[in-house]
Design a protein around this ligand. Structure first.
Ligand code: C5P
Length: 226
């Protein structure tokens, strides 16, 4: 039997990454940040001078990319693109928008599907927490538990802005909100794998909740089904 799969989907800034990381840590599960994979593709395209909507050249680029995760020295994970740690570089604003753009291309989604499934089911883990936009609808439609995390646009933008400021990156709340609105709209309206809750997903509004409370609630739900 395959490992126990927890799907966490939702829009940017809903608290998915932190919740997924802590949940995986508590349960002893692997964690797969699928957004980081799309970000790595956007970075690779940028470096190769490939436009985000150039399906033919994206199709040529993808098979040669090696995208991997490794435990980070200080906890969490780092993302390796062809052996280079690109964890910081994939979090910039242009790459965020680029990730959203490449992720709308069916050629990209198809090429990354198997990679996401393999990372989750790789030997040695009892289970995996996958975090993204279409985990419960496309990547693992038969996931054992599906969560859809949301929060109001203002709360989500505030969180992202605070994160950027904490990392010393230039940021204004208004710009973060504008970028976020564009990404949400593009992610929800695209033809392939649009952002939407799976029919059997549990909706969790994290707006007023401290993250510890969110993780606690998710962990209880998973344990009840293990
Ligand atoms: O989650 P994160 O903000 O890192 O994701 C970056 C972008 O990658 C999202 O805006 C979305 O367009 C895309 N994405 C996706 N499907 C996923 C994960 C991310 O389309 N499973």
């Amino acid at each position: 039997r395959r490992p126990f799969i927890v799907a966490i989907d939702g829009p940017a800034g809903a608290g998915k990454s932190t919740a997924a990381r802590r949940l995986a840590g508590r349960l002893g599960f692997a964690m797969v940040d699928t957004g980081a994979i799309y970000r790595a593709v956007a970075l690779a395209a940028t470096r190769a001078g490939v436009a985000f909507d150039d399906d033919a050249r994206l199709g040529d680029l993808l098979p040669g990319l090696a995208i991997r995760f490794e435990p980070a020295p200080g906890g969490g994970q780092c993302v390796l693109l062809d052996g280079e740690d690109v964890s910081a570089e994939i979090r910039t604003a242009p790459i965020s928008l680029g990730a959203s753009a490449v992720s709308a291309r069916p050629v990209v989604r198809a090429a990354l599907l198997g990679l996401q499934q393999r990372l989750a089911t790789a030997a040695g883990h009892r289970g995996a927490v996958l975090e993204g936009r279409d985990i419960g609808t496309v990547v693992f439609p038969d996931a054992d538990v599906k969560f859809f995390l949301t929060a109001t646009p203002e709360v989500r933008a505030r969180r992202r802005h605070d994160e950027l400021v904490a990392k010393g990156q230039p940021s204004t709340l208004a710009q973060v909100l504008a970028d976020q609105q564009k990404r949400d709209r593009d992610d929800s309206e695209r033809a392939v794998a649009p952002l939407r809750p799976a029919d059997d997903a549990l909706l969790v509004d994290t707006s007023g909740l401290p993250l510890d409370g969110v993780v606690e609630a998710l962990a209880d739900e998973v344990r009840a089904r293990l």
